[in-house]
Design a protein around this ligand. Sequence first.
Ligand SMILES: [Zn+2]
Length: 420
Amino acid sequence: VSDTIAAAVDEGRLWRRLDALACHGARADGGVDRPALSDAEAAAKRQLMDWGAELGLVAYTDALANLFLRWDVGADLPAVLVGSHVDSQPTGGRYDGTFGVLAGLEAIAALRTAGVRPQRPIEMVAWTNEEGSRFAPGMMGSAGYAGARGLAEILAVRDAQSISVAEAIAAQAARLPPLPRRALGRQVHCYIEPHIEQGPVLEAAGVALGVVTGMQGKRTFRVRLTGEAAHAGTAPRASRRDALLAAARAVLALEAGTADPDDIVRFTVGRLTVTPNAPSVVAAAAEFSIDLRHPDADMLHTLGNRVAGICADVAPPCTAEVEELSCAPPQVFDAGLRTALHRAAREVGVAALDIASAAGHDARYLEPICPTAMLFIPCRGGITHNPAEAIESAHAVAATRVLAVLLAAQTATALAAKTG
Ligand SMILES: [Zn+2]
């Protein structure tokens, strides 16, 4: 059966659809600029709905404009969800998000061609505003679906043009055929998200498929050094309280204090603001951001808890204040699904490797509410959020074959699980 399903995955169709979807919000340089809830994203969704209709899938939405294409099999059971997102960064590539959505659609098409009769519904999903570049923060549709963020709070978020999420959802709905709305937070049997790796590991290892073990945790901080403004010509250096120098010492001390021989820790200071930010004034204050990530919860805890002490040690004669802004623990994806993915990969003859996700994905928010898994395919040079983003068709089709076999297994066991 696995061979029949795998053979029904149409490599040419998958590739043509990846190209076709990239036309919506296409950039002149070959990339994609498709903001969440934009007209370009509406056109991409409409295209998905048309392809879904050809397969007899039923389109519906919810209060956050997440798009679902449902293979209704008559059983009133929680669905297997498969998908990702179709919004992009302003300098986006063609495959971030869209690969997961189209792999899901192609896997459904293959199951139908192969004559598989699932015992529970399968739904392709495109989550709203994964990227967070129009409405911050990202992963809005999945976070709201899973109840990690409140609907009212999300709907009130505004973009740079002061357009609210609620207004943007209404504007996009006006560009699409009327869709039935279902409730947020419906029960999900399991969630599978295919995605490009957005890193160099799979390409270097020469394998087509990564079985994602989980997502690394992340803590973010704001550090403020306070000194005293002084004249750059007259103030003796020995008596200065230079906040920028204190910030520089702190950044270097933190960089050293979080370094690990295996290079697993991710430590980034991406923003530094100086007050008054004038060339001839000693800085009175300096503030910087910290983005700290690690796949191990204990390690992330230990490293994050070093931040305040390191800053206090090197701040004098300035003072340091450290504020933690967010703390997302590492996640481990469902062991049963990971085993099932490896089994499906073996059946289809696709080499697979366990890999941790270094980036955040919608799967982060599904993981607390249902068994969740991700599969990665390599992307050239690890380049992403960039028009140069590129994948191999052979990898895309191999992963989609594994996905289709996995979906068949997850839906075939439905009745057994229910009666047993
Ligand atoms: Zn993505």
